[in-house]
Design a protein around this ligand. Sequence first.
Ligand code: HEM
Length: 425
Amino acid sequence: MTDAAGPRDPGGGPGGLVLDAVSPAFAADPYPSYAIARETAAVFTQPGDHLYYLTRHADVHAAFRDKRLGSTFLHRYTPEELSLPANIPTWRDPRWTQFQAFERWELLNLEPPVHTRLRRLVLEAFTPRAVAALRAPIVERARSLLAPARERGSVDLVNEYAQHFSLGIICDLIGVSPDDRETIKRLSDDTISMYEPGLSDEQQARADQAAGDFRRYLLDVVAHRRANPGEDLVAALISATVEGERLTDDQIVSTAMVLLMAGHEATVNATSNGIAALAANPDQWRLLRSGEVSVRDAIEEILRFDPPLQWFERWVLDDGVDIAGVPLPLGARVALVLGAANRDPRRFPDPDRFDLRRDDTGHISFGGGIHFCIGAPLARMEMETTLTELLASEEELVVLPGARRRPTFQFRGFERLEVALHRAG
Ligand code: HEM
């Protein structure tokens, strides 16, 4: 393997691409391909997709904090100024007006100063202290979801447990009625699908429609809350003032949408990835059972080993930017590959080993810099609760036949993961 300073095309597998986002084999296990990209060049490129991939830990870590890279360019340039039409991702397509209306005020898609103001408000609801206050109801929710499954002797951890668990928690926080959780799930799944690569026009139109339905649903929630003040996050956003100004309905709705989507999807996937890794490594489960490793440390290794969000993109906003000695043109799209960075042997010894005693919290699974995950304390608490509840009763963790990974690559998790459960007591 070479360690070139410049971008390189190493050729790749039969399809020609090393990082083939639409290949089922790549989605099933992207880590060997990441290793090839990571050892080939600090800035990896391949034919056809107009992306500059960063796969090394130090570079991804720095890129999240680099002010010359933006999660959007629209605050500074038009697409024409950057000559983008040929390489914009589907979700930037101006045809999808309903999706664009959501993206217009989506936190992840904003840059300072607007981002700073909106984020400050949302952060108040997600400080470690605010989240600690949710612990008792969260534990209660986990127990009541697992109780009937224990009676049956097994649980599909994704569909019978984690989805209901995480979705219920975030819906209650935002102020969505329990009766509407299924609707939210459907709208969220369909809207999020817009971020996947390789969609047909029909699939994109469906995602656009879902974004519109999701917005209209939440506009009604906001209108209802304006008329009937309450204690939830929508109520807090309605009454919040930023430098003397109130948030608009569009800003509140986009914020609620991103929280509802980010607030369950990634946690469900992280939970299933973690349970699968523990089941595949019974010695590690025994370390947890014996108390030699704390649940908190285990969560960090789970997040490092198999993160639920595999990459995020940034745009080069200035002239003269170089990364690891490689010049990147204005308007270039840069992919920050978290899954590869977390397995970089330069940062983590023996990185492909799932090792709960690693005692290293340096993973990048929650990002970094100004967009660092707002929900990290909540996600950690949810995962801790689930693991603690399973540890309380399960001598062994056994995955039953029929486990299925999601075919998607950016959102990495399981579609189905049935686990044997012992009777409580
Ligand atoms: C294990 C679970 C989770 C993981 C791995 C995760 C990961 C991430 C990452 C990597 C980012 C940064 C993206 C970027 O820089 O482009 C992010 C941002 C964000 N996350 Fe999470 N997340 C998780 C759970 C949650 C939860 C539970 C919530 C909400 C309750 C949430 C809300 C958000 C929001 C609102 C942002 C955008 C912040 C901003 O732009 O300022 N996430 N998350």
